[in-house]
Design a protein around this ligand. Structure first.
Ligand SMILES: Nc1nc2c(c(=O)[nH]1)N=C([C@H](O)[C@@H](O)CO)CN2
Length: 119
């Protein structure tokens, strides 16, 4: 299966379980891999046939910038659901990194893979 990806998408958000984290915005980094059949846009050369990574990025930036969660797990789940539901993606892999959250670690966070519900 082909993929469309977004790597290193940096967004500041209100995120964290500690009191001090409720008063600041922290940088988060998203790496997103979306299953998509790229043969169709490759044949037509039409942006309308693509899974448009710019449109997905814009939506993720808008949602994450306005979000307010304690856990990175919650935010990752919500972003994955938006990608599946609003962009018709069948499978998404998402890595959410919180750089600098743990002293000595470059980043911590979660990686999830979700599939669209079938009726
Ligand atoms: N699995 C998780 N562990 C932790 C989280 C989290 O969201 N998921 N969050 C924190 C704190 O907010 C931390 O990032 C502050 O340094 C701790 N562990």
């Amino acid at each position: 299966m082909d993929h469309v990806f977004i790597e290193g998408l940096e967004i500041e958000a209100l995120i964290g379980i500690y009191d001090w984290e409720r008063r600041i915005r922290q940088p988060l980094v998203f790496d997103i891999e979306m299953a998509f059949d790229n043969r169709i846009p490759a044949a037509s050369d039409a942006i309308g046939d693509t899974l448009n990574y710019k449109a997905v990025s814009k939506r993720v930036v808008q949602y994450v910038s306005e979000s307010d969660f304690g856990l990175v797990e919650t935010l990752a789940e919500r972003v994955a659901a938006i990608i599946l539901e609003e962009f018709g993606v069948q499978r998404v892999r998402l890595k959410l990194s919180k750089p600098g959250a743990v002293r000595g670690a470059r980043a911590v966070g979660v990686m999830i893979e979700r599939t669209a519900a079938t009726l």
